[in-house]
Ligand binder design. Structure first.
Ligand code: SF4
Length: 384
């Protein structure tokens, strides 16, 4: 079996070349051809030593993922559905903005965490992606967009690991993929522009801080354990107190001096003024152990099996105002690609539901208990 060179970070490729009797600088050349120029055919890599060029086809290949579907939104958002075999598919979404181009990348086919509001969580878990399958999404998107835009300049400036899957539950494939993104001979992205989003896999947050400390986003979605246990089942293993302590420990290694918290706004579930106050107390209070952070409110993208509704726009605005008034920088995520189901998992969800997770989750009612504010921190008067 030949090796897919998309599976290697530069160190891995150097070791591979050494096994073939070639020096490290050959690996650098090869790496640049693949990732910077998007070239997959060895015969086109003209400055490679001829004996290496002739040897490689027998031992290696560069193979991306077959594209099953592409959807282009009126706002320029593009969503690709990639085939990863055995009936599994994963998504990547490109979101163009004036000052950046962001690619949202998947790390697993399906997801085992099973968040209540997440289309991917409703599909169950199939398998981890390989490093090559994670990088193939960026490789394809970057070079396809360059060709379409007729440019040799970089198109994708930011990567967010917020597609399908919990990236920290696929740690061994994730870290080499991040290294390819950061490598100056690869995509050359800065650590501030690569974000790993986690639902709170505490031990792996510690390891990421040591191995590859990129920007961190944490899916919070609830201000207390009782509600978060229902929305993000991983909370039963790593409750909020442990999670926030882990965030604080991550900060010294992080490329930014804050953690981004994601909060999906669910009508009547987690969006009341009491929830906002409890969130303020959680993030600012904790007996002086508050976490420097920014909060990103995400309008829920409804899908039929969820049984949940999007919070009304004015409720989201009031929630944001209350947090901002308390000194927590809070933004509302612009919805993009509404016309193409750009929320993660929705396109793949149309393709399969292999574990009946949707049925299990849809039948689980969310108990909305009165919100208890542990260490009240008051919002300023007259702001809501
Ligand atoms: S939100 Fe993320 S962690 Fe939760 S089920 Fe969806 S993909 Fe998995």
């Amino acid at each position: 079996m030949t090796a897919n060179l998309l599976d290697f970070d530069l160190e891995g490729l150097a070791a591979f070349c050494e096994r073939l009797g070639h020096k490290r600088f050959r690996a650098v050349q090869l790496f640049r051809w693949i990732h910077q120029k998007g070239v997959a055919r060895f015969e086109e890599m003209t400055d490679l030593a001829r004996d290496l060029r002739e040897r490689l086809p027998a031992v290696a290949h560069v193979r991306g993922l077959p594209v099953l579907a592409e959807q282009v939104s009126a706002d320029g958002t593009i969503k690709w559905l990639f085939d990863v075999g055995d009936g599994n598919a994963v998504e990547a979404v490109y979101i163009p903005e004036d000052d950046r181009g962001t690619l949202c990348v998947s790390s697993q086919a399906g997801c085992a965490v099973g968040c209540r509001f997440c289309s991917t969580g409703h599909q169950g878990f199939s398998r981890n992606l390989t490093t090559g399958e994670i990088i193939a999404q960026l490789w394809y998107a970057e070079h396809t967009l360059r060709r379409r835009l007729k440019t040799t300049e970089r198109v994708i400036s930011n990567v967010v690991m917020m597609g399908m899957g919990e990236p920290l539950q696929n740690y061994h494939a994730l870290v080499p993929a991040l290294r390819v993104m950061l490598d100056d001979h690869g995509y050359g992205l800065s650590r501030r522009r690569v974000t790993v989003s986690t639902s709170g896999v505490v031990p792996m947050m510690e390891r990421l801080a040591q191995d590859c400390p990129v920007a961190l986003a944490v899916s919070l979605h609830a201000p207390d354990d009782a509600l978060r246990d229902q929305l993000v089942p991983l909370n039963r293993k790593y409750p909020l107190d442990e999670l926030l302590d882990a965030c604080q420990r991550y900060l010294p290694a992080a490329p930014r001096d804050f953690i981004t918290f994601e909060y999906c706004m669910l009508d009547g579930i987690n969006d009341t003024p009491q929830h906002a106050d409890a969130l303020i107390a959680l993030l600012r209070g904790r007996g002086g152990r508050g976490v420097p952070c920014k909060l990103n409110l995400i309008p829920f993208n409804p899908f039929p099996a969820s049984g949940l509704r999007r919070s009304p726009r004015e409720v989201v605005k009031a929630f944001a105002d209350r947090l901002n008034a308390a000194g927590i920088v809070t933004t509302i995520r612009k919805t993009r690609g509404d016309d193409i189901d750009a929320a993660c998992g929705q396109l793949a969800g149309d393709v399969l539901d292999r574990t009946r997770a949707a049925q299990r989750l849809a039948h689980r009612r969310i108990e909305v208990a009165p919100v208890r504010v542990a260490h009240p921190v008051r919002a300023k008067e007259g702001t809501v």
